[in-house]
Design a protein around this ligand. Structure first.
Ligand code: GDP
Ligand code: MG
Length: 170
């Protein structure tokens, strides 16, 4: 029997961390060096098949700019899954990611499965956020954590697939 599960997924995080690039990699397996800034939010759809279940993600890729902050609850409310993204080369983006996690914990749905993505993992020479620091934070906050690269595709499919698995188990 084939089961279909619809899941709203939201990406949150500072502008420039690579949210749109992660979605583009996941949905079209493409990467562009000069990805345009998202205005408001963009919508995408992609499926993941896990055994006999097809998980259909309705993906909301938010902008990340402060001026759009008041719109964020529209996107994370009712979300089955959230990916909070930071850029491993910018400590400030990790601080911002923690703020998003706090906001989701306080205002979001308690059932939302949350992932933390340390993106741009290909830029090792410019690293500012240590993997151990992020891992520890993720464990303390019951987040599932991966370093990703939209550029090389490392861990991109994996993070969405892991979320799909957790959604099925939930
Ligand atoms: P967003 O504002 O969070 O949606 O970020 P974008 O997806 O627009 O990406 C911002 C910039 O970072 C763009 O120039 C991307 O090409 C670049 N970028 C995104 N992901 C990666 C990555 O994994 N590695 C590298 N080196 N650059 C990336
Ligand atoms: Mg964007």
């Amino acid at each position: 029997v084939n089961k279909i599960k619809n899941a709203k997924l939201v990406l949150l995080g500072d502008v420039g961390t690579g949210k749109s690039s992660l979605v583009l990699r996941f949905v079209k397996d493409q990467f562009v060096e000069f990805q345009e800034s998202t205005i408001g939010a963009a919508f995408f759809s992609q499926t993941v098949v896990i055994d006999d279940t097809t998980v259909k993600f309705d993906i909301w890729d938010t902008a990340g700019q402060e001026r759009y902050h008041s719109l964020a609850p529209m996107y994370y409310r009712g979300a089955a899954a959230a990916i909070v993204v930071y850029d491993i080369t910018l400590q400030a983006s990790f601080a911002r990611a923690k703020k998003w996690v706090q906001e989701l914990q306080a205002q979001g749905n308690a059932n939302t499965i949350m992932a933390l993505a340390g993106n741009k993992a290909d830029l090792l020479d410019a690293r500012q956020v240590e993997i151990e620091e992020a891992k520890k934070y993720a464990e303390e906050n019951a987040l599932f954590f991966m370093e990703t690269s939209a550029k090389t595709a490392a861990n991109v499919k994996d993070i969405f697939t892991e979320l799909a698995k957790r959604l099925i188990e939930a």
